[in-house]
Design a protein around this ligand. Structure first.
Ligand code: GLN
Length: 542
């Protein structure tokens, strides 16, 4: 039997609902249960693909090519279970589905309404997940009280009513703010938020209370009394120094125990948390430190590089090393010499990106890394710009550029209009919509025997996730390889360059895909492990 756990948030946003859901998923898994996690986002965009990273943080891409909320990245990193398109829904998609059906005449003349048509569509999204998992965790985006979350709350209320008490529970994540003048954590916002939830017919059975300090037993009792739940179901969720400590901390406070208690599951085994303990130990007791410069565009909102930050940390965990990340706004290098910013750096990474702004600055960072033998990792845009840099500064192709920035003399990087996916050919025109017209999701690549990247993966066949419109132009391969920029990974049909590496450099790799999306703390991505290892070696030289 599949049990459903709905996770809502109250008081303020950014309480770490996604992380809490992911940690609960990990705890249930550690007790031997299978879990699925999914997220419902109340905004009107069809998916976050066209949203600025400033608005919504990183766009997380799944194997099946969905552009999803970054919380799905947390789910994967904590449970190891690959997320899919069907794990994320938005109001925009729900309405699109309903309206398409309306146009087809599927509603047989009925008046189409939020209740029941929108709520039914939401319910079918939830129940679709009812497959093999023991638990389905459904996170509701936004904050209770928002107008736009109402249809979702109504849908989960109905759903809970239909499956009954044994089949579903509600967890509410709230905040206990500390008021210095009173010298205490305040419970009133939590009480109000629970009241709001009760007002739409949802009774939370467990409260995950975020706080920046210990919650006094009296306050915990007060919350229990006024929110009508047991003392043990008021779970203190204190800030911890690393997100990977969250499963351990929530377990200590009884989160998974109380969930099982609610469902009256008595025979569950104690969770095996040794992997999480080891991860946290390595993070807290590193043997050495390296500093990596991430030269990008969205550097003042680090959520835009969520998976990247995590993957770098994973590389550190594998090497018992603390990875300090220095975010540098690329456009700075268009006016200033990079040396004072980069001379003490042990590795340079140019991440994925879009548009011309800052591109020349990133190319400067590539050149710096190449000329000074500093480990360089170029991801997607970072690979494309590395190829442009080599074309301009090694092969002397002065007009080398990308058509993403407008027409150019030597389109080293050009728009892809056709590519193969499985047995099909995908096509796209210059003027197509921006939403959902990229090469997205997992594609295989073939690595060259004897190349560094092949060595790192320990295999010739790989599969990685993509999210881009432009491609390195294969016609420049021969010329660039004369200057030791080897095209060491290609799409299986040989048409699209997937990996480049400078063979005379200690560690210089550019990849057209996003390896950071598949890295996990307990299974760090080999490219990040190797990159951090190279950074450690570099740190010993300076
Ligand atoms: N802007 C580039 C493209 O669309 C790179 C995209 C990316 O880095 N994800 O091809």
């Amino acid at each position: 039997m599949t049990r459903f756990i709905f996770i809502t948030g109250g008081v303020v946003s950014s309480l770490g609902k996604g992380l809490g859901s992911a940690a609960l998923g990990a705890l249930l898994q550690a007790r031997g249960f299978s879990v699925r996690l999914c997220k419902m986002d109340p905004y009107l965009n069809i998916d976050p693909g066209t949203m600025s990273p400033y608005q919504h943080g990183e766009v997380y891409v799944t194997d099946d090519g969905a552009e999803t909320d970054l919380d799905l990245g947390h789910y994967e990193r904590f449970t190891g279970r690959p997320a899919a398109q069907s794990d994320n829904i938005t109001t925009g998609r729900i309405y699109t589905n309903v309206l398409q059906r309306e146009r087809r005449g599927d509603y047989l003349g009925a008046t189409v309404q939020v209740i029941p048509h929108i709520t039914d569509e939401i319910k079918s999204f939830i129940s679709e997940k009812d497959g093999s998992a023991d638990f389905v965790l459904v996170e509701v985006g936004g904050t209770v009280g928002d107008i736009e979350s109402l249809p979702f709350l109504e849908a989960i209320r109905q759903f809970t009513n239909e499956v009954g008490r044994k089949g579903a529970m509600h967890i509410h994540v709230t905040l206990l703010p500390y008021i210095p003048a009173a010298g205490e954590l305040k419970t009133k916002p939590t009480q109000h938020s629970v009241k709001e939830l009760m007002g739409v017919g949802i009774r939370p059975r467990l409260l995950l209370c975020r706080a920046d300090r210990e919650i006094d037993p009296d306050e915990r009792r007060k919350i229990a009394l006024f929110c009508n739940i047991d003392y043990e179901d008021v779970i203190p969720a204190m800030d911890v120094s690393t997100i990977y400590e969250v499963p351990l901390s929530y377990h200590k406070e009884g989160l998974d125990t109380q969930v099982l208690d609610y469902f009256r599951i008595e025979d569950a085994k104690e969770p095996d948390l040794s992997t999480w303990e080891e991860i946290v130990r390595r993070i807290k007791e590193p043997e050495t430190t390296v500093e990596i410069a991430v030269v990008g565009k969205y550097t003042n909102l680090t959520d835009s590089y969520k998976s990247l930050n995590e993957a770098l940390q994973h590389g550190g965990i594998a090497n018992n090393t603390k990875v300090k990340i220095k975010f540098i706004e690329a456009s700075v290098f268009e006016k200033e010499d990079p040396t004072p910013y980069l001379h003490n750096i042990n590795g340079i990474l140019v991440p994925g990106g879009f548009g011309e702004r800052g591109a020349e600055g990133k190319i400067k960072a590539v050149q710096f890394a190449r000329e000074r033998n500093i480990p360089y990792f170029g991801i997607c845009f970072g690979m494309q710009l590395a190829v442009i840099e080599a074309a301009r500064n090694l092969a002397g192709i002065e007009g080398a550029s990308s058509t993403e920035f407008g027409p150019c003399d030597d389109a080293i990087i050009g728009l892809m209009t056709e590519w193969t996916k499985g047995n099909d050919t995908e096509q796209r025109d210059q003027g197509d919509d921006l939403g959902g017209t990229m090469r997205l999701g997992a594609y295989p690549a073939l690595l060259e025997e004897g190349s560094k990247v092949c060595d790192i993966y320990g295999s010739r066949d790989i599969e990685e996730r993509h999210r881009h419109r432009y491609e390195v132009n294969i016609n420049y391969k021969e010329e660039l390889e004369k200057y030791n920029l080897k095209f060491s990974g290609m799409s299986p049909d040989g048409g699209l360059p997937e990996v480049v590496e400078h063979t005379t450099h200690p560690w210089f790799i550019g990849v057209q895909f996003h390896p950071e999306l598949k890295s996990k703390p307990f299974d760090p991505h080999p490219l990040f492990v190797s990159f951090i290892k190279a950074a450690i070696t570099q740190s010993r030289l300076v």
